[in-house]
Design a protein around this ligand. Structure first.
Ligand code: AMP
Length: 476
């Protein structure tokens, strides 16, 4: 190999892609515990698990989230085809490149014709595949695809798995992150459904002993009253435009509700004086909101009304909520949810009401770790120190029996001197070392060493299992 090639070879270093990460043991034990708690708690509310593909068509999200949203316009990971019939940039579509200049000219020509543009965009939406940025749209697609409106209503589903958004990575914000979510779909928008969904997620957090949980609640009205409120908000914002920052000035036109999200210190006084949506809800929405609050109180769920809580996505209506937890800094939202009546219909299904939430599992885990709720590293129960051929055979049998009885066992693959084996058992945090040598095998009495205090005793095989079982029961 030449010197240059060798140097290059040295530099060859594969790393997890920006914004993605490996989850390693023992942390994965916490992930499993969290997911098991979700299965358990959601199961007690009669939710069934749905497993969804990570790949969907671009059209599903373009239709549900809207092409103007950051998620669809900028953050979605589009899957490149091997021989692209179209070239897709985040938020921008065009024909395949010939030369760079040709490509630009062609794109300009095509996109200057609205009908052409619309037709191309439609084809692209149907044929281009993306990594899902969220799962509500997928659940709705599945509800329609499998004719779930024929099932007893409402249909209650939950999911967990990775989502993908090309966001700027930081603590608590990743490009591949994990969500645990649930959706209730059916004919009814009874306020008790909203309250029960919220009660369920709060019970889940309670089970995990998540600290500093704060539930914020709001209603953002419906297609009737929200546009009127938005116009009022826009008019009020225009009056104070000069005092707002550049982002908010822009949002007066594009999405005035987003101004309420602003964290800019200089804007807080101005925002506080803006009209509250709760005072501008139509009669039905106001009654629905009041009933949701009453239902939450009946369930003993503590909430804080937050009139500035608006969900960025168009399909949300009426009930919206967000849950924050401690130890997360600026990315402290662990769960967002709300009602989205009409989304199933928008995706080509029958008129259907819907409400759901998505929990950010990465942040949930971070918060549990910060507050010391993460379980300590699990050591092995038994390390088997064996020496000699006959002892090896006995060790293999002992390992099988102990594992069948539910103990975690480390069986070294090659012979080691007892001293070295005991040192290894210590390093791995084993509770016991089972010592098997010629004497033990011929006597049928096995030596068990308790590593914490160094005490040692001999047992027959059945007595040993019984002793370990008793000790385990005592410590759990
Ligand atoms: P959303 O789907 O945007 O309503 O988000 C629901 C929850 O998912 C948020 O409250 C976060 O906890 C979590 N989440 C959203 N985006 C990310 C991300 N890029 N990285 C980690 N968690 C996220």
């Amino acid at each position: 190999m030449s010197e240059g090639a060798a140097k290059k070879d040295e530099r060859l270093k594969f790393q997890a892609v920006r914004g993605t990460r490996d989850l390693l043991p023992p942390e994965t034990a916490l992930w499993n515990r969290v997911e098991q708690a979700a299965h358990d708690v959601f199961g007690t509310f009669s939710f069934g698990e749905i497993r969804l593909p990570a790949i969907e068509t671009l059209g599903l999200f373009a239709r549900s989230l809207g092409t103007e949203t950051d998620i669809v316009g900028k953050e979605m990971f589009l899957l490149a085809e091997r021989e692209p019939s179209v070239v897709v940039h985040p938020g921008r579509f065009g024909p395949p490149p010939q030369s760079e200049q040709d490509r630009r000219d062609e794109a300009e020509r095509v996109f200057s014709e609205p009908a052409m543009r619309e037709s191309i965009e439609h084809q692209i939406e149907e044929s281009v595949l993306v990594l899902r940025p969220e799962a509500t749209a997928s659940v709705c697609r599945a509800y329609i695809e499998h004719g779930m409106q024929q099932l007893p209503q409402p249909v209650k589903l939950y999911y967990m798995g990775p989502m993908f958004r090309r966001e700027r990575p930081q603590k608590g914000r990743y490009r591949q992150f994990y969500q645990i979510g649930a959706e209730v779909l059916g004919g009814s928008d009874a306020p008790a459904i909203d309250a029960e969904v919220i009660e369920m997620v709060m019970m889940f957090f309670d089970r995990l002993e998540l600290q500093g949980v704060q539930l914020d609640l709001n209603s953002i009205g419906c297609r009737e009253c929200r546009p009127r409120y938005i116009e009022l908000l826009r008019a009020e914002l225009l009056k104070v435009k000069d005092k707002l920052g550049a982002d908010s000035q822009r949002r007066i036109e594009t999405n005035p509700l987003r101004v309420l999200d602003s964290k800019l210190e200089s804007e807080q006084g101005i925002i506080a004086a803006l009209p509250h949506i709760a005072d501008h809800l139509c009669e039905e929405c106001a009654a629905h909101y009041a009933a949701v609050k009453h239902q939450l109180e009946m369930r003993g769920v503590i909430y804080r009304e937050n009139w500035r809580l608006v969900r960025g996505l168009d399909y949300y209506m009426r009930t919206t909520f967000e849950i924050t937890a401690q130890g997360l800094g600026s990315q402290n939202a662990v769960c967002g949810g709300g009602r989205y009546d009409g989304l199933v219909e928008l995706l080509g299904g029958p008129p259907t009401k819907g409400i759901g939430f998505a929990i950010g599992e990465d942040r949930l885990i971070l918060s549990l770790q910060e507050s010391g709720k993460a379980p300590a590293q699990q050591g092995r129960d038994v390390y088997i120190a064996w020496m000699g051929e006959r002892a090896h055979a006995t060790a293999i049998r002992a390992a099988k029996d102990l594992r069948k009885a539910g103990f975690s066992v480390e069986l070294p693959p090659v012979e080691q001197k007892f001293g070295k084996a005991l040192g290894q058992a210590d390093k791995l945090g084993a509770k016991y070392a089972l010592i098997l040598g010629d004497n033990e095998v011929s006597e049928g009495l096995w030596t068990l060493k308790t590593l914490a205090d160094g005490s040692q005793a001999k047992y027959t095989e059945p007595d040993l299992l019984e002793h370990l079982r008793k000790q385990k029961a005592l410590s759990s």
